[in-house]
Design a protein around this ligand. Structure first.
Ligand SMILES: [Zn+2]
Length: 406
């Protein structure tokens, strides 16, 4: 879930000092990873079974071979099955941070809503349950802005950071399993067994300097650095057992290329979706064409779904049409509400926003245009997801089985 607030209020909320602390933490983390995975006396001798793809592999191995041309997505059946079970268009959940805030969750600039993994994990599970109850077929975990360098900057150890990442998946799986066990006791329920998607925010989301909405990472950030940044988090999240990976708010084709190569290098066997944002409704946030971005993803059998997240909903119609011309992969859309954060007044401006009724009226059109998964991002809530689910599946019977029960 992309923190739109960082984009629109970065001068107020993300100080350069804070970003420098994050960069230092990242460097310390990468050094620790090098010590952990690579024997300095012999760079080809490694101590961890996962180390064949360590963050520093590029220093001791030849460059990667070019990825093969388009192949069928071997790992995508779990998503295709869900889409079929959902009647042709599955429902993604809504804004996790928004609903956590509604319940009094406290965030910070570095970790954003992932701070609740440390302080209020019960709220995360509660919000997952609320989205399931509203009809979500996919739960996106609370790891969007959870990174090991980010946890290090809060004084936690690498091991503690990794445990918190795994915890984000565990909380969603627990919620899904608990909900599924209870809902099956209700006759004629219309819910699907939901999938858990481990959220992986872009490098810019970690920096919290608004670059996830500009794609401008600077000259010091290249393909290898982006892979180094994402690698260990991806390993930990995959090991925690989600059904799929959700790369969110990707702003440029460089990061798309890094993710494709990383999925290949790590031999990830669960499907992934890769979603971009857009600030003009025409291009990726970097200004690069979606054709260039999708050409990269189309060549990967590890990327099962492509799409748009945390863009304003009035961009969605035209972007689905654009994506349909550029890819054969299923398309996911989960826009924000269209509200704009006023950084000076510290409040959301309701202008041009979509309410639940707007979503309900739009999602059938989005499905007919070609979307196979639809949900919400920032400022959407369980009531939004309920409206989407009702419009897509014709369900009016949402069962409030969790009211006052957790
Ligand atoms: Zn968002």
């Amino acid at each position: 879930m992309g923190p739109l607030s960082y984009y629109l209020s970065s001068k107020d909320k993300a100080s350069r000092d804070g970003i420098e602390i994050l960069r230092r933490s990242a460097n310390e983390y990468f050094m620790a990873m090098r010590d952990r995975f690579i024997d300095p006396s012999n760079l080809t001798q490694k101590t961890c079974p996962r180390s064949e793809s360590s963050a520093f592999e590029s220093q001791v191995h030849p460059p990667l071979q070019r990825l093969p041309k388009s192949r069928p997505a071997a790992t995508s059946s779990v998503i295709e099955d869900l889409i079929e079970r959902a009647g042709g268009c599955a429902v993604i959940d809504g804004g996790l941070a928004t609903q956590l805030e509604n319940h009094g969750g406290v965030f910070d600039e570095t970790l954003w809503s992932a701070r609740c993994l440390i302080t209020e994990p019960h709220l995360i599970k509660q919000v997952h349950l609320e989205y399931l109850e509203a009809g979500a077929d996919v739960l996106v975990t609370s790891s969007y802005q959870a990174t090991i360098p980010g946890f290090l900057s809060k004084g936690l150890s690498i091991e503690e950071g990794e445990l918190l990442l795994a915890k984000s998946v565990k909380l969603a799986i627990e919620a899904r399993d608990q909900f599924w066990e209870l809902i099956q006791t209700l006759p004629n329920h219309t819910y699907n067994h939901a999938l858990v998607a481990a959220s992986i925010g872009s490098y810019g989301a970690y920096l919290a300097d608004s670059s996830e909405y500009s794609g401008h990472y600077g000259p010091g950030v290249d393909l290898e650095k982006l892979k180094d940044f994402h690698r260990r988090r991806l390993q930990v999240l995959v090991e925690a057992g989600p059904d799929l990976l959700a790369f969110e708010t990707i702003p440029n084709k460089l990061e798309a290329q890094a993710l494709v190569e990383l999925l290949n290098e790590e031999s990830v066997q669960i499907p992934s979706w890769v979603c971009f944002s857009s600030v003009d409704g025409e291009h990726a946030s970097s200004g690069e064409s979606f054709k260039d971005c999708l050409d990269i993803l189309n060549k990967s059998d590890k990327v099962s779904v492509v799409g748009i997240n945390c863009a304003p909903p009035h961009f969605v119609d035209s972007l689905i049409c654009k994506f349909k011309k550029l890819t054969h992969k299923p398309i996911a859309v989960y826009p924000n509400s269209g509200e704009i954060w006023d950084g000076k007044a510290k409040r959301w401006l309701p202008s041009s926003c979509f309410d639940d009724g707007n979503f309900e009226a739009s999602v059938k059109r989005w499905r007919e245009a070609g979307a196979s998964l639809i949900g919400g991002c920032c400022r959407t809530t369980p009531s939004t997801i309920q409206a989407i689910s009702k419009a897509l599946k014709g369900k009016s019977g949402v069962h409030y089985i969790y009211e006052n029960k957790y």
